[in-house]
Ligand binder design. Sequence first.
Ligand code: PLP
Length: 390
Amino acid sequence: MKRKEVNSSRMPVYRDAGFELYNADLTTSAFKKESEHHREPDNYIYSRYRNPTVVSAEEEIMKLEGCDWALLTQSGMSAIDTALSIFQKGKETKPWLFFTEIYGGTISYIESVLKTRRGIDIRYFTPDDGKYNLKEFEKVISALKPELVYIESISNPMLIVADVTEIARISKKHRSKVILDNTFATPWLFKPLEKGVDIVIHSATKYFSGHGNLTAGVICGNDKKLMHSAIEYRKFVGHMLSPDDAYRLQTQILSFELRFSRQCENAAKLAEYLSNVSLISRVWFPGLKNHSTHETAKHLFAGKGYGAMITFDFDGKDKTEKKSRRDNFIQLVSEKIKLIPTLGDPHTILMPVEAVWGVKYPEPGMIRLSVGFEAYDELYGTISKALALI
Ligand code: PLP
């Protein structure tokens, strides 16, 4: 065995831009294997193509997702761009069907990049009464025959849970590929590739990294052809994650299950408590029996949990009172619960829904919580004290 220079037990940060290839034969062989996914030392060429620290973090995600390949990118958005762009075939591109309850940034990307700049035929499928009508979906897909269907497992901010198993079954029947953004549910709640999904995306900025200190994205799958296309696309457009971010991600992801399971537990207790507070008119959390997709969530997540996001709305005699209660709450909890526009942080953070979504969700009393993994008593104490003062 070749002695290591240092007896480190973990993959270090390799900041090399290019790797030494020694001779022309090794160079030819490395370039031939450019679109493979492996970690043999002789086949690293250039860090925009593949980097050992990045591959090591990808292997941690493959274990979590139980998949054959995972590719890291600089952000969730670049993962989304990669997953979708590999299905673009110039003038031959068939329509792409997007479920409407997806991240606002993804909608902006669809409208501004896919539709306006690339001229792709984009269609949308809208929920009905807080859930997706799958009979209607089957009618749409059989008439449209889209190249792909794009969904999120838990939507934002209404936390609608999609019946992923059924959507994948129907899509497969009509030969459409399914791309799923599983950022909110994570593989801890369910593994989408086992349900027939073709590509899973995560904003690894959120629960995988879990500390709000980096941005990253990942796409995962089992189909080798899709992997080759995605490796090529990531290389051509330069979406590769940096080795420094990959190093932090590979370390932080080791505690992912501990963190996320605790976050789900905290969220379930907090949602139950908030749903009994008279100042609050409504709580959206898929674990509550009155949520429009509670049954789907129970089935899909097999009782493991319901995610760690909660949305609630302050009651009030009019919009002014609701808004003032919301603003008071934000002020009163601000020492412990910060207004930070992200999710999946260690501590509970919040966002005023109307200020972010505008006309889509104009209710002035609405707040979205990303529940953290702090001790539940501390979280409950902060929130119940603030509510008592309003
Ligand atoms: N997908 C979902 C569900 C998100 O919430 C976000 C960002 O908030 C993204 C994708 C984009 O990820 P990123 O900000 O890492 O680019």
